[in-house]
Design a protein around this ligand. Structure first.
Ligand SMILES: [Zn+2]
Ligand SMILES: [Zn+2]
Length: 339
């Protein structure tokens, strides 16, 4: 088996890893590219945005990264991604098993739709949990977090469950844009991560993937607080406060933290507004992690500032996250002070 291409246009040979002829710049995969492109056109016309995106993404490795075609392809994917996010996968379309029940299924969908969506998300919540690496890393983390006592183990499990829900937020968003994603892995003593096959190209989609984690994490904190109040368990209320701080820490705009990814989707002015919100809100609520995130955002206005126009949706979600997580912290403190 030879490891070379022979150019159909000029007859010269080139190593297999090249996608274009070094002499005449002819594309070796021109036929495949044409097929994929027309398939993408057809799918997009029929409203299958995810299918179209999948075809377009599989064209990427077949083009020289700096070529005109690659730049055009990049622009096309960027323009299409936000539409994939809008496609209501669970909410709009009746699930197959329900449609199979005929008129009864449709009626059920009409009235219990939101609940069924919740259940189908419940299925997502189990994603990866039964995979061995996820499970092992989860228990190693739990052993590290807990103090060995019953209450310590309970606290460790609640906090880890919340971190898991946070990761499922990212997973859900990745999948909404048709991007494959790994099962979550826990890093003992630190947190967890999921890895997408790649990051979305458009600012709106990238911001959505970055902030969906803290949004889901925050919701899990609210549920923990509610549970603590209903069951009259002070340690659950304390866990809710801790969950608020963990998710605020994730807004700190450095490294691979969610705040860093989201900041890249904002404008310089939006970053400045969020810095002020984090600092003032953190000072009022006495939240160290909000102060940290605010200070980090203030620095990001000048150190590696974002260059884009700023995505409005990402900005609003970021703003609501500060408000929501700080409220969760204040709510937990309030409940604890009444005891
Ligand atoms: Zn050639
Ligand atoms: Zn995250």
């Amino acid at each position: 088996m030879t490891q070379t291409h022979t150019c159909e246009r000029c007859g010269s040979t080139a190593p297999m890893q090249l996608v274009a002829c070094p002499r005449c710049h002819g594309l070796f995969h021109a036929a495949t590219l044409t097929t994929l492109s027309s398939e993408a056109d057809a799918l997009q016309k029929h409203g299958d945005v995810l299918g179209a995106l999948e075809r377009l993404r599989s064209m990427e490795p077949l083009l020289p990264p700096t070529s005109n075609q690659a730049v055009q392809l990049h622009a096309r994917i960027t323009a299409l991604e936000p539409h994939a996010g809008k496609q209501p996968r669970a909410a709009g379309r009746v699930p197959k098993w329900l449609a199979g029940l005929g008129a009864f299924g449709l009626a059920l969908w009409k009235f219990a739709g939101p609940l069924l969506v919740l259940l189908s998300k419940g299925k997502l919540l189990l994603f990866g949990l039964l995979k061995l690496p996820t499970l092992l890393s989860f228990f190693v983390s739990a052993a590290l977090w807990s103090d060995g006592g019953t209450r310590g183990i309970g606290l460790a499990l609640v906090i880890l469950a919340s971190i898991y829900v946070h990761e499922m937020g990212h997973t859900w968003a990745f999948r909404r844009y048709g991007i494959a994603v790994s099962a979550p892995m826990f890093v003992p003593g630190f947190g967890a991560f999921v890895r997408g096959a790649h990051y979305p190209k458009s600012a709106q989609a990238a911001g959505d993937v970055a902030l969906s984690g803290p949004v889901w994490g925050g919701v899990s904190g609210v549920l923990t607080l509610a549970l603590g109040v209903v069951l009259n368990q002070a340690w659950l209320v304390g866990a809710a406060l801790f969950i608020a701080e963990v998710n605020l820490f994730n807004l700190f705009p450095v490294w691979q933290l969610d705040g860093s990814r989201a900041t890249q989707c904002l404008s310089k002015r939006q970053v400045l507004v969020l810095a002020a919100v984090g600092l003032v809100g953190g000072a009022l609520a006495g939240s160290p992690m909000s102060l940290l995130a605010g200070a980090g955002l203030l620095a990001r206005r000048w150190v590696r500032p974002p260059s884009g126009q700023g995505d409005r949706r990402t900005f609003i979600v970021f703003l609501l996250l500060f408000a929501g997580l700080l409220s969760l912290r204040l709510g937990s403190q309030l409940v604890m002070s009444f005891r």
